[in-house]
Write a protein that binds this ligand. Structure first.
Ligand code: APR
Ligand code: ZN
Length: 364
């Protein structure tokens, strides 16, 4: 048996808000009791990473980016139940299973997950580094508690398996756990990145019959139709009218906000029928205030709520989604726009910032 030792890996690091992203060497500690080292195979580029890089979300630096990833268990710390070689997806909200929320069936709100970044590992110079959502998965490997690791069946292409850890679990969960979209429902999805496209796919799977995809970028039209939308609408002054024209004048039963801005929460609110529900999936900025009329809130009888990590239990639902992706009942191919190398990852962040493509995935 070789004694556990630290390893040095290449990782995508932000040195501060607004700083250029660079691939740097990061020293990971050896996995301690209850921890594992996972060799990363693929990691998606999600807007939440970008929000930490551009200052929308609070973060500490130097920051290793990435929280949507798949890999293989490379080394298990003392007492770990996971076997080396097991294919896994990383979980950015591991449930402690003992707090009030976990005990009451809401593990996605686990009280142990409050920090957007966690300090672990060091730079080559020995300075502490911080990991996005406790993972820092845009790296050749991570060392994480085994509660942050979910075993999945083998055989799924890595660029698709990676998306299960954030965009897909979030999008599918928002539709089926949070909103509980029913067959025949009319749905609108505002914002068509990896998350919004996953919501479209899930809405189609749930049997929604009118599925309106909304974005500011015309380039999202083809992606949206491929992911399951029945119609694409540009987000402009005519949007509410266009949505009403497709819903017998009422508005949709369910709208999903997948941008993370007050303005689009208000837009989603206006697209929804009296008595319908608005599900906020996007993670917005602290000081971006949503204003709604008090009379409108009463009279419209709408529900406004958020969906954190798809209101899901990732330990149960990620393997289930992996099986669905394997047997073809969940088609993830429309969500992947391209696979790039770690050195090309900064360019993928630029594309995400410009609203280009669906999900860009880094192959490691
Ligand atoms: N109206 C409609 N769509 C918009 C608007 C707007 N005013 N502004 C931006 N968009 C679109 C962009 O064109 C893009 O297609 O929203 C989409 C956002 O997609 P991504 O940047 O790929 O973001 P994604 O990774 O899908 O995350 C979306 O969910 O998890 C959270 O933090 C994440 O808040 C972010 C949201
Ligand atoms: Zn994410």
């Amino acid at each position: 048996l070789t004694p556990a030792a630290p390893v040095t890996v290449r990782a995508l690091v932000a040195r501060g808000a607004g700083a250029e992203l660079r691939v740097e060497r990061v020293r990971l500690p050896a996995p301690g009791p209850g921890e594992v080292r996972v060799t990363i195979r693929a990691a998606g580029v999600c807007h939440s990473d970008l929000s930490m890089v551009n200052g929308t979300l609070a973060a500490r630096f130097p920051l290793v980016l990435g929280h949507e990833a798949t890999g293989v268990v490379a080394e298990a710390g003392p007492g770990s139940r996971l076997e080396v070689g097991t294919p896994v997806v990383l979980n950015w909200a591991p449930a402690c299973r003992v707090c009030w929320w976990c005990q009451h069936g809401e593990p996605w709100l686990c009280a142990a997950n409050t920090a957007p970044t966690v300090e672990r590992g060091t730079t080559d110079d020995g300075d502490p580094v911080h990991l996005t959502l406790g993972l820092g998965a845009l790296a050749e490997a991570v060392v994480v508690p085994e509660s942050a690791v979910i075993a999945i069946p083998a055989g799924l292409p890595a660029e698709r398996a990676a998306l299960l850890g954030c965009a897909v679990l979030t999008g599918v969960g928002a539709v089926r756990n949070t909103a509980r979209v029913a067959p025949g429902d009319a749905v609108a999805v505002v914002g068509l990145g990896g998350v919004g496209l996953a919501v479209l796919t899930a809405a189609r799977r749930a049997g929604a019959t009118t599925i309106l995809a909304v974005d500011v970028a015309e380039s999202k039209r083809e992606l949206a139709l491929a992911a399951g939308a029945t119609d694409f609408l540009l987000s402009d002054d005519r949007l509410s009218k266009e949505v009403r024209a497709r819903t017998e004048g009422r508005g949709v039963d369910h709208s999903f906000e997948c941008v993370g801005r007050a303005a689009t929460i208000r837009a989603a609110w206006r697209l929804t029928r009296r008595g319908g529900a608005v599900t906020v999936v996007g993670m917005g900025a602290k000081d971006d205030m949503v204003s709604l009329g008090a009379l409108d809130i009463f009279h419209s009888a709408r529900t406004l709520r958020s969906s954190v990590y798809g209101s899901s239990d990732p330990d149960r639902e990620v393997p289930e989604l992996a099986r669905a992706a394997l047997d073809g009942t969940l088609d993830l191919s429309p969500l992947v726009s391209g696979v790039v190398s770690l050195d090309e990852a900064p360019a993928a962040f630029d594309r995400l910032a410009r609203g280009e493509g669906a999900r860009w995935v880094v192959s490691l």
